[in-house]
Write a protein that binds this ligand. Structure first.
Ligand SMILES: [Zn+2]
Length: 283
């Protein structure tokens, strides 16, 4: 676990996202949860040393950010309004036999904690559209809708600490996933992150960084978009675009032990961007 400012901690070595928390004198504010049950339970114990968890915000609806919510019953879960439908799609998968089988293969140490089929999903119950400001103890907390990597993408900004958690709008020196991204909204959100008064950015994946990385992150999103735009401009169908060699535009390897997903991510990046570009051109 890394202390990234006076009162903010993050974990960057779990299999999954970078969860974190802010310690206030009126309890703990959590950002995302560890994907693997055994990590979630360890995380809960570490956090208990700092206070009672009061609220939890999910930065996005992908499993690596929400699957651990189950281990924090009673903690108020906050999510941008678009999270809810997505969560409802995810819950049946979280509770499926298939997930149980996957866990037996990928993370057998966690299976006893899965408590299948009574795995409680714990979705967001408090929603917001553009922004939700909270006060906890002496701290102000701003949950800000910053669509890009996913439609409900949310940043958790702690102004007194000079820290923002961006979820996967920032992949710091690891492969960028654009499987459902809107690249133009993503670039605008990177500008909005740039405008925050922060010295520490906790990305969704990778080591904490600062604003100097945002330009590079934008260039990776731009390069992916330009590469797929070339396929569209050449008049290719989606199938023809997918028959091309995958654009080799991301300088970074896939992070957090996800090597097996490398080809699948490249394919879904092309599929998604192709559809986004065609839809935008049709407007
Ligand atoms: Zn993620």
């Amino acid at each position: 676990m890394r202390r990234v400012s006076e009162h903010v901690y993050a974990e960057i070595y779990y299999w999954g996202c970078n969860p974190g928390f802010l310690v206030t004198d009126d309890g703990v504010f959590m950002v995302d949860t560890p994907q693997q049950p055994i990590n979630a339970v360890q995380w809960r114990e570490k956090m208990a040393e700092h206070g009672r968890p009061r609220h939890l915000v999910n930065t996005e609806p992908h499993g690596d950010h929400i699957l651990g919510n189950s281990y924090f019953p009673g903690v108020e879960v906050i999510g941008q309004r678009l999270m809810l439908d997505r969560y409802n799609e995810t819950i049946p998968r979280m509770q499926s036999e298939e997930r149980l089988e996957t866990m037996k293969q990928q993370d057998p140490d966690s299976v006893w904690l899965l408590n299948h089929p009574n795995y409680p999903p714990n979705p967001p119950t408090r929603h917001f559209d553009d922004r939700l400001n909270l006060t906890l103890g002496k701290h102000t907390i701003e949950c800000i809708h910053m669509p890009g990597h996913t439609p409900p993408q949310t940043s958790a900004y702690f102004p007194q600490e000079g820290v923002v958690f961006t979820g996967d709008n920032v992949f710091h020196r690891c492969k960028t996933f654009l499987q459902e991204a809107n690249p133009w909204e993503w670039l605008a959100s990177l500008k909005a992150i740039e405008a925050l008064d922060v010295s520490v950015i906790v990305p969704g994946h990778g080591e904490p960084c600062d604003k100097s990385y945002l330009r590079e992150q934008a260039e990776i999103v731009e390069a992916w978009t330009a590469a797929v735009e070339k396929f569209v401009q050449a008049g290719m169908t989606e199938e023809e675009a997918l028959a091309q060699p995958r654009p080799d535009v991301d300088p970074y390897p896939i992070g957090q032990r996800l090597f097996a997903a490398h080809d699948r991510v490249n394919t879904s990046n092309v599929t998604n961007l192709y559809r986004q570009i065609v839809a935008r051109n049709a407007k």
